[in-house]
Design a protein around this ligand. Structure first.
Ligand SMILES: [Zn+2]
Length: 420
């Protein structure tokens, strides 16, 4: 009977048509994960996959995920132990080292599967601390160290920066894709101002005044006289500071749900990306605990911060209360750790700037017994920007202007903290 059952399962498995891949990928989040012939633990185990393996998703059913294994077979894994991410990339990274190793997992202990060169722009799908999961030009996925790649934040203007042309003849297009007409051709070593960036393309302005678009991989961002840090004075307050920006929730954890449905996980990610861009521009070494809409445990946030030996940890949240009239801004620190007084100072600076910029009720700086600010060794704060449960504040949180103002205020608070 058992054998018959086994054979039936085997025949079913073998007779399955070759499934088309979806646009999703599953990333294994547990040390060793069983793979099975069907979507339940009653199905036969046909192997295991290890943590951080990236597998194309074929289907999802009842909390189980059908994936394509590295050997080409299809199999099912329990959805609790994978992060299913939409493989449309949210960010891009530009390689800043001459040659950068690509590995099978997020540390130098993993095998090297290739290299990428200076200036290559790669879509970022996922991150574990500073390690970025990228798609390579040949279609494979791999991990690169974020230390040697500059994140290009969406819509973030690279103010005051210039590029140098790296190819003999560079086509300048009228728009950010190859199909746009070529409006000029410039020789190697031409220098131009960066106007903005979009999808790996840079809008540049030549000294003649001509404005057009060039493919990012054909130019390099001009090194500044001071070398590292893109023109940042090494005596600047944030220069070289390791700052962890922790957007709350993500993936299966939505966080607070707004009065009309806005999700905390989306709002806080947007504010965090804006903050990270500002910190990075000011010369800080920014590590984000998540760069997209994916599930990250509290423990892994703690591990990322502690192993990076960060100078400051900033967690960003939006609040909720059962009473929709409750509103305001508050910032938490944790009292019972070595870095408590520094945590308090950082929280006070950030709270004061947030209140000044956003003009909401000042709830104040409070002690909070939250995992990420308790278990991190460095000064750590958790800012609750505004209340999603309050219709007026939710409306504000929906706007780009408000999110930008919040990011700017937190940045100002961080700057004050390191300055004074
Ligand atoms: Zn939250």
């Amino acid at each position: 009977m058992l054998l018959a059952c086994f054979l039936l399962v085997l025949i079913l498995a073998l007779s399955q048509p070759a499934h088309a891949e979806t646009s999703k990928k599953a990333i294994v989040t547990t040390a060793v994960l069983n793979v099975r012939t069907g979507p339940a633990t009653s199905y036969e185990r046909i192997g295991t996959v290890t943590e951080n393996t990236v597998l194309p998703v074929l289907a999802e059913q009842n909390g189980w995920v059908q994936v394509r294994l590295l050997d080409g077979r299809s199999a099912w894994v329990c959805g609790d132990y994978v992060n299913v991410i939409d493989a449309s990339p949210s960010l891009k990274a530009r390689v800043t080292a001459d040659v950068l190793n690509v590995r099978t997992g997020p540390s130098t202990n993993y095998d090297r599967i290739g290299t990428v060169t200076l200036g290559t722009v790669l879509p970022v799908y996922y991150n574990v601390g500073e390690w970025l999961l990228v798609d390579l030009p040949d279609g494979r996925s791999g991990w690169i160290s974020g230390t040697y790649a500059k994140i290009e934040y969406p819509g973030h203007v690279a103010e005051g920066r210039q590029v140098v042309v790296d190819v003999d003849a560079l086509n300048i297009h009228s728009g950010p894709a190859l199909h746009h007409p070529v409006i000029a051709v410039v020789p190697r070593r031409t220098v131009a101002d960066i106007v903005t960036e979009q999808d790996g393309w840079l809008q540049i302005k030549l000294s003649s005044g001509l404005v057009g678009w060039v493919a990012g991989q054909n130019v390099s961002v001009k090194p500044s006289e001071s070398g590292e840090g893109g023109g940042i004075d090494p005596s600047a307050p944030l220069f070289g500071k390791v700052i962890v920006v922790d957007p709350g929730h993500g993936g299966t954890s939505t966080g607070a749900i707004g009065f009309s449905g806005l999700l905390e996980k989306h709002v806080v990610l947007d504010i965090s990306l804006r903050l990270a861009a500002k910190l990075s521009d000011a010369g800080a070494n920014v590590i984000m605990t998540r760069k997209g809409d994916w599930t990250v445990s509290l423990e892994s946030r703690e591990i990322v911060a502690n192993s990076a030996n960060a100078d400051l940890f900033v967690s960003i949240h939006a609040n909720a209360h059962i009473n929709p009239l409750i509103g305001g801004t508050e910032t938490y620190y944790y009292k019972g750790k070595a870095a408590s007084s520094a945590s308090y100072r950082a929280a006070a600076q950030i709270q004061s700037e947030l209140v000044k910029a956003l003009g909401l009720r000042n709830i104040g700086v409070k002690h909070g017994n939250f995992h990420v600010i308790r278990e991190t060794n460095m000064p750590a704060v958790l800012a609750e920007i505004a209340f999603l449960s309050n219709p007026a504040e939710e409306a504000l949180l929906k706007t780009a202007d408000f999110r930008e103002a919040a990011a700017r205020a937190i940045f100002a608070g961080i700057l004050n903290y390191f300055r004074y």
